[in-house]
Ligand binder design. Sequence first.
Ligand code: BJW
Ligand code: ZN
Length: 257
Amino acid sequence: MSTADDIAKAAELLAAATRPVGFTGAGVSAESGIPTFRGAGGLWEQFRIEDVATPEAFERNPRMVWEFYNLRRRAVFQAQPNAAHTAFARLEEIFPAFVLITQNVDRLHQRAGSRRVIELHGNLCETRCTNCGRVDDKSGVELGDLPRCEACGGLLRPAVVWFGEPLPPGAWAQAEEAANRADCMIVVGTSAQVYPAAGLVAMAKRHGAAILEINLEPTPVTPLADVSIFGRAAEILPAVVDRAEWMLQSGRGSRVP
Ligand code: BJW
Ligand code: ZN
């Protein structure tokens, strides 16, 4: 099948849905200039996970961990959402029940206008005090190399989820619920290697959702997918959403009004 055929099939499955869910990873933000984690040019090529993305690394050397996160925070605050983020925001307007589950920590979905976003791995905007637990939004704020809590003077950490840490329980419960009741899941730009997040795709599939995948290359999601489209998210997703919207407006979708 050609990419155009795949886009048409994906749009048809989407237009037939009433409770679609998005599930995104770092590939969605790649075209905003934010590096992904795995693969060529990914962050894990340059930095070792054990040095920068575990609670043990932070205990051992908080300065080095903050250096890594301060670099990433600056890049994210300067970046702009791309056409894939905007297309997800449009899905929220088209489908009143649309929910977006993201592993991304860059908040570009929210900046593109998405409101119903479940963040599974936290975000780079907020800090959390390691002493009193206070959470503050420090979007756009330049933090020092060992930032301290305004309330208690404790050491702050980025409000992200590191390897070996549980996902925020509220976010995980909402994500499971959304995956279980979804009739279509659009999986974009994730290598689907990090659990428990990656398990949401099989969960949605088991409960009968159609699985649409957009990625540059095959992933563990590909064997589960009804359609996998290999291409850039900022190009493919808007095309799928445009076509699904056109189908719904022209009465070609099978959705009951
Ligand atoms: C494009 C594109 C374009 C590019 N268009 N596509 C063995 C088995 C199963 C599980 C485990 C295991 N051993 C350990 C675990 C658990 C571990 C885990 O999953 N490890 C695996 C690596 C094996 N998981 C955890 O530790 C999690 N916690 C947990 O399990 O807790 C249990 C617990 C319970 C109770 C008490 C205590 C503990 C936590 C995982 C946290 C992950 N955190 C990170 C860092 C966040 C902070 C930060 O940003 O620094 O989250 S890791 C990193 O990976 C980040 C991402 O959200 C996550 C997923 O990555 P993603 O988004 O898929 O990105 P990439 O780079 O992998 O892929 C990009 C994709 O885009 C590629 O496919 C490209 O092709 C594609 N792409 N450009 C379209 N333009
Ligand atoms: Zn504090």
